[in-house]
Design a protein around this ligand. Structure first.
Ligand code: KIV
Length: 270
């Protein structure tokens, strides 16, 4: 008789309980099967298939060009590698802003074709009809406020948002609107820590920060925190590894060995 060891899956309810119990939530991005499998084994709570795939996977200089089909390809690959973590997928630019019907059909494609558990949307009041329509179909939605990269052409720069009173007040109001609509969490990107803290205290759903101080949880782009990308060095980024060097060293050694007839050796051939 075999003993089945059930893996306790992370759900949106687990995240809510974590906030309630004061346990920090960990979230990282992933875009492919192998990395997602590795991350899931570590016990990370949430894996975000971010539209940062547009930058770090596809090499575009913003998140705007990535398509729904590309996001679905990445998300389906990630889901195949994950047993425990909650997988959240970004709705890419242009797939939810124009009307709520389009937003729902984009979200349904993500849920049906990837097996992910939730979607993430940038914006507050201006996208609330889309948020509500997606939620009405039973699809969990995560909000994203502050520096929302899909609006980079409106902002004109990647500097810290909501330093001024007017933008800070709108951000607080948007967080309440998203909570009231039924979102299960909000990513807050690049805003002053004191403002993020105020929101995390006022709002009962988890607030996940990226450059937003020590709130209910943290998220980073995997390629940035592993040191695969070198050109991006904002103050909030802590690099936990220097994979750029590790990978370059390994490949240089491989090239040297092949050129010098050191690879393959006797034991590495048939
Ligand atoms: O696309 C992404 O990776 C994100 C994170 C920066 C939160 O939205």
């Amino acid at each position: 008789m075999s003993i089945h060891k059930e893996i306790r899956k992370v759900t949106t309810h687990v995240l809510q309980a974590m906030k309630h119990e004061g346990k920090k939530i960990t979230m990282l991005t992933a875009y492919d099967y192998s990395m997602a499998k590795l991350l899931d084994k570590t016990g990370i709570d949430v894996i975000l298939v971010g539209d940062s795939a547009s930058n770090v996977m596809a090499g575009f200089d913003s998140t705007l060009p990535i398509t729904l089909d590309m996001m679905i390809y990445h998300a389906a690959s990630v889901v195949r590698g994950v047993k425990r973590a909650l997988v959240v997928v970004d709705l890419p630019f242009g797939t939810y802003q124009s009307n709520s019907k389009l937003a729902l059909s984009s979200a349904i494609r993500i849920m049906k074709e990837t097996g992910a558990a939730a979607v993430k949307i940038e914006g507050g009041e201006e996208v609330i009809d889309s948020v509500k329509r997606i939620l009405s179909a039973g699809i969990p939605v995560m909000g994203h406020l502050g520096l929302t990269p899909q609006s980079i052409h409106k902002f004109g720069t990647y500097v810290v948002r909501a330093r001024e009173e007017e933008e800070a007040s709108k951000l607080i109001a948007d967080a309440h609107i998203l909570e009231d609509a039924g979102c299960f969490g909000i990513v807050l990107e690049k805003v002053p820590a004191s403002l993020a803290n105020q929101i995390a205290t006022e709002i009962k759903i988890p607030i996940i920060g990226i450059g937003a101080g020590a709130v209910d949880g943290q998220v980073l782009v995997l390629h940035d925190m592993l040191g695969i990308t070198q050109e991006f060095s904002p103050r909030f980024l802590r690099r936990y590894a220097n994979l750029d060097k590790i990978i370059s060293d390994a490949v240089n050694n491989y090239i040297k060995d092949v050129k010098n007839n050191n690879f393959p050796n006797e034991n590495e051939q048939y």
